[in-house]
Design a protein around this ligand. Structure first.
Ligand SMILES: [Mg+2]
Length: 374
């Protein structure tokens, strides 16, 4: 759990409301098409989704998808943590619930983040309020591997307005390099490329790719090696023709501080689910800048709920394409008022507030647990 600064929590001005109900869900929400990363092919998102209600009619939503290997947490542990936290917060005031969650958050970042985010939404935290029409440039993944299919997909993405493309690598490094060069030829400078190996390389493969990349149009090279392989990333950073970004390596403020002195590490990636609440995310993103690096934000494997919360933060803190595009991969939006995309940008109208579509949510819920205050 990453947490720093004075504004770790938003404290409601309504100090009298208490928490009346917590509904926990496990989802299995099918994707439009499989999303293939170096470690697996994802066919559906299976986050834990939290809804917290108070006795004043307010409610808020949070979520965290616990990905195997991405975090030390397990889905079952996170579920049990959320259940325990839910029972403990019933009848309590939100501020007390947040204190409890912050105490436990370093051991259960995903679960704590889902609950802290739901509490912030329940209290309509200022960071989530949208006072003007907003547009947030999004990144789009290139899924195809065959040259003709890649050409078609890339031309479609460019025509749709996307200007930053994500290329999943971390498979066979020579084939990855060949695919990257092919994509560079197709794109011809019309979009920036983010290359994400998702820990798929060893040191040798990471160096081989990093040192051979033609830097034209490549924004960054993300997480070549394992989460704990700091020495490998230091070596790869020294020979890389493009800046590195670390993602899976980052789970604490100490991890961010560790990146600062590494030559060649220019970016750090964060997601709401490894930081905590939206307010805590603001502070963590600023901390990355304070260390001389540029933050990248967004969860490509989140539903509308976390993507919206991340977008509210991105519009205030982020200068590059947001990765909060997971919701666009879902077969069906979880919102009655889905976030539209125009010209490759998420469009958030002034005054927007999400309305969760109960029928859509129920249709993809596999476990539901309702905890109510006595
Ligand atoms: Mg990544």
């Amino acid at each position: 759990m990453i947490g720093i600064g004075d504004q770790l929590q938003f404290n409601s001005t309504n100090n009298f409301m208490t928490i009346q109900e917590v509904v926990l869900r496990r989802l299995n929400a099918p994707l439009k098409q499989p999303y293939v990363v170096s470690t697996r092919a994802i066919h559906a998102f299976d986050p834990i989704v939290v809804c917290i209600r108070n006795d004043d009619g307010g409610h808020g939503w949070g979520e965290a998808l616990i990905a195997p290997g991405y975090t030390a947490e397990t889905v079952e542990d996170s579920w049990q943590f959320c259940r325990g936290a839910a029972m403990a917060m019933l009848g309590e005031r939100p501020a007390a619930a947040k204190d409890m969650l912050l105490d436990a958050a370093s051991r259960h970042p995903g679960g704590a983040s889902a609950m802290l985010s739901a509490l912030d939404m329940m209290e309509e935290a200022p960071i989530l309020r949208i006072d003007e029409n907003l547009r947030i440039p999004l990144l789009a993944p290139v899924n195809a591997h065959e040259p003709a299919a890649m050409r078609q997909e890339i031309e479609q993405l460019l025509a749709a307005g996307y200007r930053t493309l994500k290329i999943k690598i971390g498979f066979d490094w020579q084939q990855d390099l060949a695919r990257i060069e092919k994509i560079q030829q197709i794109v011809r400078g019309r979009a920036m490329l983010r290359l994400d190996a998702n820990r798929g390389y060893d040191l040798g493969a990471g160096k081989a790719v990093a040192s051979r990349l033609h830097p034209e149009g490549i924004e960054l090279f993300e997480q070549p090696c394992g989460s704990d392989e700091w020495a490998a990333h230091a070596e790869i950073g020294m020979c890389s023709t493009v800046p590195l970004m670390l993602d899976e390596s980052i789970y604490s403020i100490e991890d961010i501080a560790r990146c600062g002195p590494l030559e060649g590490v220019g970016f750090v990636k964060l997601k709401l689910k490894k930081v905590g609440s939206p307010g805590m995310l603001v502070n963590a993103l600023q901390y990355i800048r304070d260390q001389g690096m540029e933050p990248v934000l967004g969860d490509g494997v989140a539903t509308d709920i976390a993507c919206w919360a991340e977008a509210c933060v991105a519009t205030r803190c982020i200068r590059n394409a947001g990765e909060m595009n997971g919701y666009l991969k879902l077969g069906r939006s979880l919102f009655k008022n889905p976030l539209c995309v125009e010209e490759g940008e998420m469009v958030i109208p002034k005054g927007y507030w999400p309305q969760v579509d109960d029928a859509a949510l129920d249709a993809v819920t596999v476990i539901r647990d309702v905890l109510t205050a006595q």
